[in-house]
Design a protein around this ligand. Structure first.
Ligand SMILES: C[S@@+](CC[C@H](N)C(=O)[O-])C[C@H]1O[C@@H](n2cnc3c(N)ncnc32)[C@H](O)[C@@H]1O
Length: 263
């Protein structure tokens, strides 16, 4: 993509491109290797919110949920949901009872096909898209309506200004250009603990992007999610070069943590 020309890459494709350009998938695999396989040994039913194409969730399930019988996915983007369906077909057993909903997490009314509650909910890089009040309703729905009494959530999010030396590159662009910052891991953990939920296990990761290879995908991502939108998109490329031009590499950090209902 040339910054002076108009671009027709979809939101879903921008995400797919950027993921393929950095080391995230390798790092996530290492992260899942750190989790004790016994921790999820009783899990059979799983719900995923904001799956995108679902590759990191599928890798997680294949590694850690050996007795999966049912998978429900809630994803609002049609193109992402089509990729997810293809990936489920290619990588998971067709004996798994798979249902999918093309809707937002805020509008989802629960599974219409199966009344059983889930053992596990996966929420990977998704909570950025919920406002604070929606997040609080969402946590309550997860624990009160969708998870079994002893069910767990696994949440993955970027770190920004807390517990890291590398503030998140997207938020660095937004800070420099006066755009809204979305939520990060530290805040979500605090919100959950304030509501009486327990953060049980935490795993940290770090991944890298080569600036030259990724600059267009990163700029496109920044433009898609900017609030308010940019009047002149070229400011994003200029800001990226100013922030990272000298380094050549962009580092991002994040964490995966499990949450239980101790109430
Ligand atoms: C950053 S991607 C993460 C994809 C995947 N979970 C991963 O970690 O690789 C976020 C996904 O959440 C979806 N999404 C955003 N807002 C949503 C909402 N309100 N309800 C359901 N899905 C949503 C987007 O369409 C996108 O596919």
């Amino acid at each position: 993509m040339d910054e002076s020309k108009s671009d027709v890459t979809s939101n879903c494709q921008t995400f797919v491109n950027l993921r393929a350009q950095g080391t995230a998938y390798e790092e996530y695999k290492k992260l899942y290797d750190e989790i004790d396989e016994d921790y999820l040994k009783n899990v059979k039913r799983v719900i995923v919110f904001g799956s995108g194409p679902g590759l990191s969730e599928i890798t997680f399930l294949k590694k850690l949920v050996k007795n999966l019988t049912s998978l429900t996915v809630v994803e609002k983007d049609e193109e992402c949901l089509e990729l997810l369906k293809m990936n489920v077909k290619n990588y998971l057993s067709d004996e798994i009872n798979f249902s999918h909903y093309l809707t937002t997490a805020q509008n989802w009314q629960g599974s219409s096909e199966n009344d059983d509650k889930a053992d596990l909910i996966l929420i990977f890089h998704f909570l950025y898209f919920l406002e604070e009040t929606d997040r609080k309703t969402f946590y309550r729905n997860c624990f009160m309506n969708w998870l079994k009494q002893n069910g767990k959530m696994f949440i993955k999010l970027h770190k920004d200004m807390h517990d890291t030396d590398n503030s998140y590159f997207l938020y660095n662009i937004y800070r420099k250009t006066g755009r809204k910052l979305y939520v990060e891991s530290h805040t979500v953990k605090k919100e959950l603990e304030e509501k009486g939920y327990m953060i049980e296990k935490t795993y940290h990761y770090k991944c890298f992007y080569d600036l030259n290879a990724s600059i267009n995908s990163i700029a496109k991502l920044a433009i898609i999610h900017a609030d308010p939108p940019y009047e002149d998109d070229t400011i994003v490329w200029r800001t990226l070069r100013k922030l990272y031009g000298g380094q050549g590499k962009i580092c991002t950090t994040g964490e995966l943590f499990s949450v239980t209902n101790k109430c």
